[in-house]
Design a protein around this ligand. Sequence first.
Ligand code: ZN
Length: 268
Amino acid sequence: MRIARFSLPGQDPAYGIVELAADGGDHPDTVATLTGDPLAGPVNYTGQRHDIEAVRLLAPVIPRSKVVGVGRNYAAHAAELGNEVPETPLLFFKPNTSVIGPGEPIVKPSEVNELHHEGELAVVIGRICKQVPPERVPEVIFGYTVANDVTARALQKTEPQWARAKGWDTFCPLGPWIVTHLSLDEAGQLGVTTEVDDEVRQQGNTKLMIHSIADLVSHISGFTTLLPGDVILTGTPAGVGPMLPGQTVQVTVDGIGTLSNPVVDEDA
Ligand code: ZN
């Protein structure tokens, strides 16, 4: 299933199931509205359906407590920034206030010079959990979505704590929806592509991760309780680089979808 969060003019955000076109194509066609939040409990169909073009897709989840990022989880990316590959996963937090949805602008703060894209596979947690052994990780994953782990690269180099480099408002685009039908094995072999305007910048595959999805969720839950709706960004492949106001960044994870966001200047 593809689970989206969306809004219609004058209405509160709702969840819905994205349905593919009945013509045999694999393009999304309609959204069937759900009665509540599937991350909070059982839901049903309301019976309403909307053309996907008529709704505004929102971030598919607003993490209740945290977004956990993983640094240097692809060897080629660690190397391109002159870093060693860490033996244990290098973790950081992004505040939930940095989350935005598909199509929403990434705002470049005026004091940030090097605004970089990092296209990534994101894991959405479905159950409260702690100290999950790797073999039980599939039980706690709700699904997967696409993320852009926007980073103020110059600040990341000058400030040893990455709270500002990773945590500005709008620095965590998520979407376009959550895919719930992928197995851990399938999620571990997906192409990840980042394009700025029409230029391909990053082209990787989740099979190149140093620490697997199961190991990451197990390791993170080893020190902090994970809650339904928490999001884990699994690291970015090589090819990170600048994105400028006026440009549009598209991150595609094969089998999930494309997350597209324009970049704007804070002062504009
Ligand atoms: Zn990242």
